[in-house]
Design a protein around this ligand. Structure first.
Ligand code: ADP
Ligand code: MG
Length: 624
């Protein structure tokens, strides 16, 4: 084929492929334009996941009549100074969005410039620009995009469900809204009002309010405030306590000069700062606002501007890590016990080195978490066969057929006065068991047991939760999860998207003992709950379940995540939580653990107990 100059129509379509990936990209570009135009209120309306219609209305500066035809031309922008390409103070600057959208959809822009007598409208229908005509709007700009991707049907095939596209749209609007508390945002997807965020003050208090609306009350209740500045880079924001975490990074919001970004450097800094305070595989919540000289950051790395490049990445990173660490350290006692962790680490590490190849290694917390790959102990060769280090898949040496011990044995009512001789005989038998004979309970949390080869320390909560988990799983597999009807059905309000997810999962949930139905657009009604949770907090349960449903996690299948939610709830509401246990109850728990496969680790992958070999203890005291 001979070389030809491409038509502008084709060029625009190619550009659209980069800038407009899905309906949410259109929403992003249009809302950014409205923000750049100085709008005080922005309204977004979509239909059919944004494919049929996206309408963004603002009360900003508007576009003058003569400039309307130019606005839809490629590389036409009011935001870039050609003298200084790197002084970028607006969200837009490439002059690509409107022509790209016009190339692949039917775009109409009606606008009235501030102070102008009349309003005008221009239409670009899949690349064909039509003549200006008068419009009837009082002020600002109204942009409508219809039949998105009708000019590039291949793109349509890649779109997800309408709901998924709606969620992506809501996510974009939320992110932009977080950075601009002084602007009111409203989002209507289909019939539903997905977001209604009134204007707040452009002050830290206003920001806090806006963030609270988006991150939710749990986050705000414990959020640690951040404020740091160094070398012309400033950081403000809020970080969640380490005890608050999610399976993914979707609630880590990062803004650079008011622009929401997903930057690997910043995400890595957050991870490093939380380090081993964070449960493995989980992600903290935060909202970080980095402000620096526009020339010190290149936002033009990616057409959609989701990534940025800092001129001094090390400075940005250390500012973030430093501020987060400081805030977390100050909150230490609220979050997690940090005293003595170092010593325990060392101890655990030593023990891990004696565990069989590739087994316990992952259970040992690392000290800084900065560089897990290096810090993680290398498993040595198993030199201490007497140290009974169980594999997490179950118990060694002929323990029990699964679930042979009745679950309820842990519910031994109370200590009975047994003849002393009998107790001693029983005790001698127990010493030979893998988890030994219970000797003490410390801090209403740890059971210390003596074994033939040393001792075992059990985290009773983690163990209990795991037992309930396995029990539920077995019941679920047998199709006999006991449930209990609520006297008064409970209404739980949820985001409409989440309510949808719960409604869709109703069948699966009922096999887990939870009977729900949709209740209006943004709530569900709970009629029955698993009997194990009868006394628990139904609202919290449903919210956690909705979160689990909304989470995409290839590593753990949905059923497992749902079971984990249920068992954690069952233990939380249980009377046993934090209670002093009798020796019988402790022994019952140990026996049950022995009989339950997978009870060596809790639902979050942490160990439920640690075994210390006598030889190791003696070594600790220099006896060996
Ligand atoms: P960019 O935002 O990169 O400049 P766009 O194609 O998104 O490019 O928009 C082109 C121009 O149209 C903008 O520079 C701006 O002058 C004008 N414009 C777009 N949307 C609006 C709006 N909502 N209000 C006022 N002006 C707008
Ligand atoms: Mg723009």
């Amino acid at each position: 084929m001979p070389i030809r100059q491409l038509t502008s129509e084709t060029i625009n379509r190619i550009a659209a492929g980069e800038v407009i990936e899905r309906p949410a990209s259109v929403v992003k570009e249009l809302v950014e334009n409205a923000i750049d135009a100085g709008a005080r209120d922005i309204e977004v309306v979509t239909a059919a996941g944004g494919v049929a219609l996206i309408r963004v209305t603002d009360d900003g500066c508007g576009i003058a009549r003569d400039e309307l035809p130019l606005a839809v031309e490629r590389h036409a922008t009011s935001k870039l100074s050609e003298e200084d390409l790197f002084d970028i103070r607006w969200l837009g600057f490439r002059g690509e969005a409107l022509p790209s959208i016009g190339a692949i959809a039917r775009l109409s822009i009606a606008s009235r410039a501030a102070g102008a007598e009349d309003a005008f409208e221009i239409v670009v229908d899949r690349g064909a620009k039509q003549a200006l005509k008068p419009a009837a709007i009082a002020r600002g700009t109204r942009i409508e995009v219809r039949e998105l991707f009708s000019a590039t049907p291949a793109r349509l095939k890649f779109l997800k469900s309408e709901r998924a596209e709606n969620m992506a749209i809501a996510d974009i609007v939320r992110r932009l809204a977080m950075a601009h508390p002084e602007i009111g945002f409203a989002l209507q997807t289909g019939e539903r009002t997905a977001l209604a965020l009134p204007r707040a003050d452009a002050t830290p208090a206003g920001l806090l309010k806006r963030i609270g609306r988006i991150m939710g009350p749990d986050f705000m209740a414990d959020a640690l405030e951040l404020s740091a500045e160094r070398d012309g880079i400033s950081l403000i924001g809020f970080a969640g306590l380490p005890t608050l975490h999610r399976p993914d990074a979707s609630l880590q919001h990062l803004f650079v000069n008011g622009r929401p970004v997903r930057d690997r450097l910043v995400l890595g800094a957050v991870r490093a700062a939380y380090g081993d305070l964070m449960v493995r595989g989980r992600q903290p919540l935060c909202a970080l606002f980095v402000t620096l000289d526009p020339r010190a950051v290149d936002v033009n790395v990616h057409p959609a501007k989701a990534e940025v490049r800092f001129r001094a990445p090390g400075d940005v990173r250390s500012l973030i890590v430093g501020a987060l660490r400081e805030a977390l350290a100050a909150a230490g006692h609220r979050a997690t016990v940090s005293g003595g962790r170092h010593a325990l680490d060392m101890l655990a590490r030593g023990i891990a080195q004696q565990a069989p190849e590739g087994d316990r290694q992952a259970d040992v917390p690392t000290r800084s978490g900065e560089d897990q790959a290096i810090e993680r102990p290398r498993p040595g060769t198993s030199s201490s066969p007497q140290a009974w280090a169980p594999r997490h898949s179950g118990l060694p040496r002929g323990f029990g057929e699964a679930m042979q011990a009745p679950f309820e044995t842990f519910d031994v009512p109370s200590a009975r006065a047994e003849p002393v001789a009998l107790e001693e005989a029983a005790d001698a038998g127990l010493l030979g068991r893998p988890l030994g004979a219970a000797r003490a309970q410390l801090h209403e949390t740890y059971i210390v047991a003596q074994t033939a080869e040393g001792m075992v320390v059990v985290d009773q909560h983690a163990a209990h939760e795991r037992l309930v988990y396995q029990r539920l799983k077995a019941m679920h597999q047998a199709g006999e999860v006991a449930r209990q009807g609520l006297l008064i059905p409970e209404v739980v309000s949820l985001d409409d998207d989440l309510a949808c997810l719960v409604e869709e999962a109703a069948g699966r949930l009922s096999s887990l003992g939870l009977v729900v139905e949709r209740f209006g657009s943004d709530a569900v009604l709970v009629r029955e709950v698993p009997a194990l949770i009868a006394r628990g907090d139904v609202k919290a349960l449903v919210r956690d379940i909705a979160d689990a449903l909304a989470t995409e996690d290839a590593e753990s299948p949905l059923e497992a995540r749902l079971l984990a939610v249920l068992s954690s709830m069952a233990c939380h509401g249980s009377v046993r939580a934090g209670r002093r246990l009798t020796v019988e109850e402790m022994n019952a728990l140990l026996r049950q653990m022995e009989a339950t496969p997978g009870s060596g680790q809790c639902n979050h992958g942490r160990p439920t107990y640690v075994a210390l070999a006598l030889a190791d203890i003696e070594r600790l005291f220099g006896r060996r």
